[in-house]
Design a protein around this ligand. Structure first.
Ligand code: UDP
Ligand code: GLC
Ligand code: MN
Length: 338
């Protein structure tokens, strides 16, 4: 099906690594559709070369930035202005239909059935379920829609400073018009929901098809997370998550497993570390965090007082991939159950 494609976006080398893992997973699960990645000019040559080995099409686009510091500050995500670049995907008119996926998604099984859906199909956003989340959506490339979207950006901006605000305003009847356009949550299971509605995750989580590492910390922000049982869980076509399993998977570890086995061997040494972009003060703190995470994975003892953690949790500032990771919560629950 060359007329249809999965599309993702990476404006820099960090997100490019996410895109690589996403592309490898889609291939491992034998998609029959093309793979396309939109990149910004900050993506380095070595990363472009790896992307071109995984994707059918690597398409450089101009980076569009909302520049809306005020609204982005409300989300505590100043870096998300460039998600306006996502809108370029409507210009891919050599495809009749596409599925966009954020570069921070992990695909657990074949999801080609998404192409049976119409524009604009998407799953609810976990923070405001009358809005759709733009980490995974089905769309139809069209020059007309593309220019209307760009106009909407210019005229009204975006209520969240990123693509999700604009797209929800443009496709404003999504919540009410057609239930077929509501993708089941298992196609965009944001990691935050595991923590905000744990019983539901326990009940439905084993059917998950796509994990979305929504939020500030991404799998590539951590040093390699060691495998719990020493086995490498490949993102193979017969993934554990697509079969029923009573085990709770560690998705960050799965991301790393794919990165290690299928992406790392393609990257030249100096680009192999996921944090190899120009180091910044912020990134250094991520290194510290990564070291702490390593400890967390192997040593269950919390690093901050439980009072501080409780307060942070209540303020919505949980360390989902670190101290408040699912592995820890599960361990605690298990200890109560015992
Ligand atoms: N993105 C990018 N460069 C950036 C920020 C975002 O390429 O600096 C792209 C990437 O595809 C990413 C998507 O925009 O997955 C949305 O950003 P992110 O996933 O960080 O947002 P979240 O899902 O955490 O709200
Ligand atoms: C959301 C989405 C992401 C989008 C961002 C900015 O949280 O997960 O895909 O780019 O908001 O609107
Ligand atoms: Mn995302």
């Amino acid at each position: 099906m060359t007329g249809q494609a999965f599309v993702t976006l990476a404006t820099n080398d960090s997100y490019a690594k996410g895109a690589m893992v996403l592309g490898v997973c889609l291939r491992n699960h034998e998609t029959s559709r093309n793979l396309a990645v939109l990149i910004g000019d900050d993506v380095s040559q070595p990363c472009r070369s790896v992307l071109s080995q995984i994707f059918d099409e690597v398409c450089e686009v101009s980076v569009l930035d909302s520049g809306d510091a005020a609204r982005l500050a409300m989300m505590k995500r100043p870096e998300l202005g460039v998600t306006f670049t996502k809108l370029h995907c409507w210009s891919l008119t050599h495809y009749s239909k596409c599925v966009f996926m954020d570069a921070d998604t992990l695909v657990l099984c074949n999801i080609d059935e998404l192409f049976e859906r119409e524009e604009l199909s998407a799953a609810p956003d976990p923070g405001w379920p009358d809005c759709f989340n733009t980490g995974v959506f089905v769309f139809q490339p069209s020059k007309e829609t593309y220019s209307r979207l760009l106009n909407a950006c210019k005229e009204h901006g975006s209520f969240d400073g990123g693509d999700q605000g604009v797209l929800n305003s443009y496709f404003s009847d999504w919540a009410t018009a057609d239930i077929a356009k509501h993708l089941p949550f298992i196609y965009n299971l944001s990691s935050v929901s595991i923590y905000t509605y744990l019983p539901a995750f326990r009940h439905f989580g084993r059917s998950a098809k796509v994990i979305h590492f929504l939020g500030e910390k991404k799998p590539w922000d951590y040093e390699h997370v060691g495998d719990d049982d020493g086995e490498d869980e490949e993102c193979s076509s017969e993934s554990e998550q697509c079969r029923s399993s009573s085990q709770y998977p560690d998705y960050v570890q799965q991301w790393w497993s794919v990165f290690k086995s299928s992406v790392l061997p393609l990257l030249p040494e100096e680009h192999a570390h996921p944090l190899s972009d120009t180091p910044s003060v912020e990134q250094e703190s991520v290194y510290v965090e990564a070291a702490r995470m390593e400890e967390c994975v192997h040593l269950p003892a919390p690093q901050t007082s439980s009072q501080d953690r409780k307060q942070k949790w209540e303020q919505g500032d949980a360390d989902y991939l670190g101290e408040d990771s699912f592995t820890h919560i599960e361990r605690k629950l298990d200890s109560f159950l015992k």
